[in-house]
Design a protein around this ligand. Sequence first.
Ligand SMILES: Nc1ncnc2c1ncn2[C@@H]1O[C@H](COP(=O)(O)OP(=O)(O)OP(=O)(O)O)[C@@H](O)[C@H]1O
Ligand SMILES: [Mg+2]
Length: 246
Amino acid sequence: MLELKHLSYAVQEGDGQLGILNDISLSVADGSLVVFTGPNGGGKTTLAKSIMGLVQPTAGEIFWNGENITHLGITDRARLGISYGFQQPPRFKGLTVRKLLTLASGDERLSKDRCCQYLTRVGLCANDYLDREVDASLSGGEVKRIEIATILARQGKLMIFDEPEAGIDLWSFARLTETFEQLHAAGGATMIIISHQERIISLADEVIVVGEGRLRHRGAPAEILPQILSDTLGGCPVLTKEAKAL
Ligand SMILES: Nc1ncnc2c1ncn2[C@@H]1O[C@H](COP(=O)(O)OP(=O)(O)OP(=O)(O)O)[C@@H](O)[C@H]1O
Ligand SMILES: [Mg+2]
């Protein structure tokens, strides 16, 4: 189980402090699929990076299976089975897709078949990609899908995907949602997916709305989706006025 206790992250702004995450407490049960959603700039990526150890919180604690991991680095957290797919994945010039999947799996002798399986699950044809370098020659959607495949290859216990849908075409998106559904049904891993997509939100056991660095709402998709819609309207004075005039 993942537990966040009074997690905060603040940065220096002028003479004062700007709170990016403000006193966030939540727990994510083993085997569950939780979606973080909410407005741009709300703090979702910062929250995910704090869990992975890419951002060091300024207050609060993080527990993973009862162990306090607040001060552990990324490598130690990866060893404990936590993985994170960047919103904007890095590229690795000189490294082929096959090598990247092999490194991620931790199995030097990862078979071509296994590599193919991981790539198929994100809608890529392995023959076209295995020997390609993960460099600037790959499109945004391709590099995003390859990164998701590396997270699958890592077979972690907690997988965090940051907007996996970003830049991905409709056909591959359908394949990807199927993959998330299958992973969830298999029950071996806990998944946190940051997403703005209704289709992904609807897969969740629980949806957590993060806004202004706080947990705004949490609940089942059927409960939260209407709230998101009314929030969207409520946040904009022009739209609210128009809605009242209707
Ligand atoms: N180091 C930093 N210094 C200043 N501001 C920061 C820093 N890191 C994050 N922020 C700000 O904190 C807010 C939250 O950023 P974050 O990337 O977590 O949002 P998000 O919810 O993932 O947004 P999006 O939906 O656009 O991906 C943003 O306004 C961002 O500009
Ligand atoms: Mg983000």
